[in-house]
Write a protein that binds this ligand. Structure first.
Ligand code: SD4
Length: 323
């Protein structure tokens, strides 16, 4: 049983892995505590600028947060999407899990909930996110996520109006370009199993850069950003969330494991399902079976790095799979 407890998360976010590991191993706390702690570490550190405050401004310059946490023992979950002006998205998600019968709260109303639970209201924008946005607005201002629209001829950016002369893009249209790249997709997705064998999964992200305000990614959607089922295992994903949420890759990977597939191959099958329809898809998944066996799969990158710790490894280790 050296493989349990275990913590695994997307990307080389080793401080996040370490704090989750300390929670579950040294402090002997629950898998849920570990996932919350690990993702909070990334929110505080603003991991790669794509987790927490001060990153990925939307078209209007605002940073909003998506997060979820799921308890694989009770199949209870909590999530927030497009959370505004509160930094601790994963902890607010945990309040949704533990203090409501709901699963997902969104936008300003999620903020109201967070404030009523005692969280602090503060701007999520920083000089860095403001400059990033201003630079985009002044120099580029590509309507990254719009399709079949006409810009206002007097302005370089939006507002846009529908262009009815263009037929809607087919999902396999080669023009579908993922705006995700090595630099624009580093959501933390974390899974932990504690010493009692309980499993939990979670995610936290500030989503996609220059998204249309109101956009929610896959991260707070159960089965998409993450999924945990204590009788089987769990998975967590990162990448082009607009595409991923159409395929529930985390759910699929868990279901594949339920049928006896190994964690690595379950991840591969979940990614392959997406690639059948979206050959340019960029994303990755980490998969953990309840006995502590783990794996990862990816597409559209040269390779994908993830972090893992169990007592067999003895320390937080960054591992790589090629895509
Ligand atoms: C999203 N899936 O909002 C997230 C982004 C991401 O690594 O994974 N970044 O679409």
């Amino acid at each position: 049983w050296e493989k349990v407890p275990v913590v695994i998360n997307t990307w080389p976010f080793i401080n996040a892995t370490q704090s989750a590991w300390n929670t579950v191993y040294l402090k002997k706390k629950s898998a849920l505590d570990a996932v919350e702690k690990g993702c909070s570490t990334c929110e505080d550190e603003q991991c790669d600028g794509t987790v927490g405050f001060g990153g990925s401004p939307d078209e209007s310059g605002e940073t909003t947060l998506d997060a979820m946490i799921m308890d694989g023992m009770t199949m209870n979950m909590g999530a927030v999407a497009a959370l505004r002006r509160v930094k601790n998205a994963i902890s607010v998600a945990r309040y949704v899990l533990e203090h409501t019968q709901h699963s997902l709260l969104v936008g300003d109303l999620a903020t109201q909930f967070a404030l009523s639970m005692g969280f602090k209201e503060e701007p999520l924008e920083t000089n860095i996110s403001h400059n990033m946005w201003q630079n985009w607005k002044e120099n580029d201002c590509q309507p990254n996520f719009w399709v079949n629209v006409k810009p206002d001829p007097t302005k370089s950016c939006g507002p846009y109006t529908p262009d009815t002369n263009i037929t809607r893009r087919h999902k396999n249209d080669p023009k579908h370009r993922s705006i995700f790249s090595d630099k624009n997709h580093d959501t933390i997705g974390m899974i932990a199993i504690d010493t009692a064998g309980r499993i939990a999964a979670g995610t936290s992200t500030n989503g996609a850069k220059f998204k249309i305000p109101g956009r929610v990614g896959d991260s707070p959607i159960p089965g998409a950003g993450a999924y945990a089922d204590g009788s089987v295992g769990a998975a967590a994903a990162t990448g082009d969330g607009d595409v991923m949420m159409r395929f529930l890759p985390s759910y699929l990977a868990v279901e594949e494991m339920r049928r006896g597939t190994s964690p690595s191959y379950a991840g591969e099958l979940a990614i392959r399902r997406i690639v059948t329809y979206y050959p340019d898809f960029v994303g990755a998944i980490v998969v953990l079976r309840k006995d502590g066996e783990y794996g990862a799969a990816c597409h559209g990158l040269q390779s994908f790095q993830f972090s893992v710790c169990n007592s067999q490894l003895g320390q937080v280790t960054v591992q790589t799979v090629s895509c």
